[in-house]
Design a protein around this ligand. Structure first.
Ligand code: HEM
Length: 331
């Protein structure tokens, strides 16, 4: 679908084929720097080994959440609102993974959650000046520019503090155990050893920490909330999943990540929910750097491209019965 936002051509891709062509074949991107930064993320931050090394953090934070829910249910007979718990869980895990510790605790003068919420809100704000250049002044009048500057400054101060804390800690504990390394440690190490073949500037380091924090929290929390919503809407699916969990729990005190390989129904529930309610409905816009031919269509350079994940999850070409009556797909 071709739209015009002001004078800007905007292509909306709504099929798996178009998405594959955009993400894989043409790799729409903003150049070499982005490609390098992405490879740092894939190889060093989100590699399987690294993700495994944070298992103890996930397990501790999940037990904390279950304990809080247990206490709440013991002290009150009313229904428990899971939203806050689901929101805190990825926040706490990813704070420890990306920033090295939680910053929303009472002892800290900084409330990371508040600063980051302001940032996420601005990320989702439509800026008319980006599309209609002669309306750029609207951003100023609406106070958007001032707000952006204020939040950027707060974020920078916060991320500087995160890095300083890492530097001080690493100086004290020279031989930091590899399993205990968070994203800040890994990135500082890359910066010092510089084995990436390109200089990792301090700004890139801060951007990578922030990017992962923002990319990992809201998405995970939205997915958790939808998964539980779908299960509550579909009691039969809930019962099947409870049976799977109870079957595993019979043999031991608690279900752990080691059991995930045997939790086929859980995986199906997660995948069904991600396809029906993707946490990011419209994947972040990309921009074509040159004229290309995409599935027979001519796409001019500097067109904006948006991928419609919501439609792809319901595409009859990919799903037998996209809105049908099985499992989680009945309404
Ligand atoms: C259910 C959870 C999640 C969903 C649905 C999700 C979804 C997505 C999507 C759709 C993109 C955009 C891909 C693109 O435009 O090429 C993305 C990018 C990204 N995600 Fe996730 N994500 C999730 C969890 C996480 C977590 C837990 C982390 C990190 C701890 C993370 C880190 C990133 C990063 C760094 C990017 C940017 C990659 C790039 O620029 O190429 N995500 N994610």
């Amino acid at each position: 679908m071709l739209l015009y936002f002001g004078s800007k051509p905007v292509i909306v891709a709504s099929s798996v084929d178009a998405t594959r062509a955009i993400m894989k074949t043409h790799d729409f991107s903003v150049g070499e720097y982005w490609r390098q930064i992405r490879s740092v993320t894939v190889l060093h931050l989100l590699s399987n080994k690294r993700v495994q090394s944070f298992r103890h953090i996930r397990e501790e934070e999940i037990s904390n959440m279950i304990e809080k829910i247990r206490q709440e249910s013991d002290s009150s007979s009313s229904a428990i609102d899971l939203r806050d718990h689901f929101c805190s869980l990825p926040n706490n895990i990813i704070s420890r993974v990306a920033l090295g510790r939680k910053y929303n605790e009472r002892e800290s003068a900084i409330n990371a959650e508040v600063i980051l919420d302001e940032f996420v809100e601005l990320l989702g704000t439509f800026t008319v000046g980006d599309y209609i250049s002669w309306l750029e002044w609207v951003n100023k009048i609406a106070g958007l520019d001032t707000k952006l500057e204020k939040v950027a400054k707060k974020l920078d101060t916060f991320l500087e503090r995160v890095i300083e804390e890492h530097l001080i800690r690493n100086e004290k504990e020279e031989n930091h155990a590899s399993e205990a390394k968070d994203f800040g440690d890994v990135l500082l190490e890359i910066q010092n050893g510089n084995d990436t073949g390109f200089p990792l500037q301090r700004d890139s380091l801060k951007a990578l920490i922030l990017d992962n924090f923002v990319a990992g929290t809201d998405t995970t929390y939205t997915a958790l909330e939808w998964i539980m919503t779908q299960l509550l809407r579909h009691p039969r699916a809930m019962e099947n999943l409870q049976n799977e969990v109870r079957g595993l729990a019979q043999r031991k005190a608690e279900v752990t990540e080691d059991d995930l390989g045997n939790m086929h129904y859980l995986k199906a529930v997660v995948k069904e929910t991600l396809s029906l309610q993707p946490p990011i409905l419209l994947v972040f816009p990309r921009e074509s750097t040159e004229d290309i031919n995409l599935l027979g269509y001519h796409i001019a350079a500097r067109s904006q491209v948006i991928i419609n994940a919501w439609t792809i999850g319901r595409d009859p070409l990919s799903w037998d019965d996209p809105e049908g009556s099985t499992n989680l797909r009945d309404s």
